[in-house]
Design a protein around this ligand. Structure first.
Ligand code: C5P
Length: 224
């Protein structure tokens, strides 16, 4: 089997308040998406990366000139739809059920090639697959709509799910098709089939740029 990367980059990034899709916001002089793709391109075992854009995207070519990744304008209304569109495109380009697909958020632009290698090393012989994740350090609270604590959640067995998430193409396509838009990541869809993906510890730096203040934080991490 081969290893492909699939980067859903078809979201509008509403929570970021950036006034443009957040993957095009510049961090340290380059669009966030360029950093993400550069990290994946630095992993020799990945044969190719496919970027999924919105059909309405009119920024990619100007923002990432000469990009060597495959591009498909097949983004959908939800992240799961965008990933499913990308998986179909990988099939059209010759990928098979048995090939591994590493789905990685465009918005996790601090990705290090060594974390991707660690994920592949941990999962390439796994029957299910797995994901990068980070044990929760904070005490976790459940809250009500008006901002009151309703419960303290035991953090001891809790992890924050990150990406890449690595599954075989046939399995992740079946899982996402069954779960649909409710799947906010690939692992949750695979779990719904009764399978237990492997948790592979990465770093807090692999966070998803989401809120307005995250752009400055990403810039600082990148300077390290
Ligand atoms: O919205 P969220 O932060 O979960 O998005 C995670 C990733 O999924 C982002 O890279 C975003 O561009 C992508 N996405 C997508 N299509 C959507 C929604 C999100 O490709 N409809």
């Amino acid at each position: 089997p081969r290893f492909f990367a699939l980067v859903p980059a078809a979201g509008i990034g509403e929570r970021s308040g950036a006034g443009m899709p957040k993957q095009y916001v510049e961090i340290a002089g380059r669009p966030m998406l360029a950093h993400t793709l550069a990290a994946l391109a630095a992993v020799p075992r990945l044969v190719q990366t496919l970027v999924v854009l919105s059909p309405a995207d009119d920024r990619f070519e100007a923002a990432l000139p000469g990009c060597s990744a495959w591009v498909a304008r097949v983004g959908g209304a939800s992240r799961a739809d965008s990933v499913l569109g990308g998986l179909a495109e990988l099939r059209r380009r010759g990928a098979t059920d048995e090939d591994w697909v590493l789905v990685h958020d465009a918005a996790r632009c601090l990705l290090q090639p060594s974390w991707v290698d660690a994920l592949i090393d941990a999962c390439e012989h796994d029957a299910v697959g797995g994901l990068l994740a980070q044990p929760i350090a904070d005490t976790l609270k459940a809250g009500s709509a008006d901002g009151r604590v309703t419960a303290t959640v035991d953090r001891r067995d809790k992890w924050a799910a990150q990406t890449p998430q690595m599954f075989r193409l046939g399995l992740v396509e079946q899982a996402l098709s069954a779960m649909g838009a409710a799947a906010t990541d690939e692992a949750s869809a695979v779990e719904a089939l009764g399978l237990a993906p492997q948790l592979v510890r990465a770093s807090m730096a692999n966070f998803k740029v989401t809120w307005p203040e995250d752009f400055a934080l990403a810039e600082r991490w990148m300077a390290c």
